[in-house]
Write a protein that binds this ligand. Structure first.
Ligand SMILES: [Zn+2]
Length: 158
């Protein structure tokens, strides 16, 4: 599969697929929604051309109110390396939530959205909100994504 599909449901644009040379985000620039709500949970792969396209897209949004919702870890990783992915350092607050694989000590993996506003950030230390496994009630942690400070590096980089 290549390229992306964009569908609108309940005032949110769902972007799904692979961000690559075949991906066209331009139709979103022609919309007038304010804020422009973009759900990226379905963007599960990005290559360097796709990243370049996303950076150009985010720049083209200028000062328009934008909300990035349920970012997949591949996009979060891109933001950690290049905040321009979402429009630059000053636009990081566009990121409202991420969608990440979690796990408990009982090994019951599950992917859930985490709201950025629910993170407990003290200096360079980040704690996830207390979420518990529905099956064994043990606390859930980021599965294979490292410590919260590494995964959410963009929040503590400065
Ligand atoms: Zn469990």
């Amino acid at each position: 599969m290549s390229g992306i599909k964009i569908t609108k449901r309940n005032d949110v644009y769902y972007v799904e697929g692979w961000l690559d040379e075949l991906s066209d985000l331009q139709p979103l620039l022609k919309t007038t929604d304010a804020p422009l709500r973009l759900n990226f949970r379905g963007v599960t792969s990005i290559n360097s051309i796709g990243l370049g396209g996303l950076i150009k897209f985010s720049e083209a949004l200028r000062d328009r109110p934008v909300e990035f919702l349920e970012l997949h870890p591949v996009i979060v990783e891109a933001v950690n390396i290049a905040p321009l992915t979402v429009g630059g350092q000053k636009k990081l607050s566009r990121i409202k939530s991420v969608f990440v694989p979690l796990n408990c000590t009982g090994r019951h993996p599950i992917s859930l959205p985490i709201q950025i506003k629910d993170l407990d950030i003290k200096g360079k230390v980040i704690e996830l909100p207390a979420i518990h496994c529905e099956r064994c009630f043990a606390p859930l942690h980021l599965d294979e994504l490292g410590d919260p400070e590494d995964f959410f590096f963009f929040l503590v980089a400065n």
